[in-house]
Design a protein around this ligand. Structure first.
Ligand code: ZN
Length: 180
């Protein structure tokens, strides 16, 4: 089911979401939440979405990158469910991308983040997983995980002159790097 998106100003986006209990992962309600996340992400044209964005304060987000090509990076991540994810930075070097967010519609902002991370999480089958990510994918994962801890990308824009409306971004700034 496609759900309405919670936008900046909604306090649910500023809360640390609750851990998902292992016993709940295969429940009907949680399975439906995963379907709703997928449906909503696809409907609104995101490449990732987190549960608080559709009004559920739980530690789960989903990402799908279909043969994405940014900065010449070939990135492919099939639909992946991250439950109770924890990120470890493997190298502190940061690179910036122009990020956007379904909860902050119409805007883009330039955010620098570590570019080599390891994320530990549980998948929809309840299995512990690890994923090493670099570059654009590392940025997408950190953006989605931020939603589980009450943060929005806009909080991480260091230079406020690097915030733009989408149309002005397209007209004056557009680069190959942007994150939905
Ligand atoms: Zn977002």
């Amino acid at each position: 089911m496609i759900r309405p998106i919670c936008r900046m100003g909604n306090p649910i986006l500023r809360r640390t979401a609750s851990d998902v209990k292992m016993g709940d992962i295969k429940s009907e309600g949680f399975t439906q939440l995963l379907l709703d996340l997928r449906d909503s992400m696809k409907h609104y044209g995101g490449i990732g979405i987190a549960a608080p964005q559709i009004g559920e304060s739980l530690q789960v987000c989903v990402i799908e990158l279909e043969k994405f090509n940014r900065y010449g990076e070939e990135i492919h991540l099939p639909f992946t469910v991250f439950i109770n994810p924890v990120v470890r930075v493997l190298a502190p070097d940061e690179t910036g991308y122009w990020e956007g967010c379904l909860s902050v519609p119409g805007l883009r902002g330039f955010v620098e983040r570590p570019q080599h991370i390891m994320v530990s999480y549980v998948n929809e089958l309840g299995e512990a997983q690890e994923l090493e990510a670099k570059g654009f994918l590392a940025t997408v994962i950190q953006h989605e995980l931020d939603h589980l801890f009450g943060k929005l990308y806009i909080d991480r824009v260091k230079d406020p002159t690097l915030i733009a409306y989408q149309e002005e971004f397209d007209e004056f700034i557009k680069s190959p790097a942007s994150v939905e």
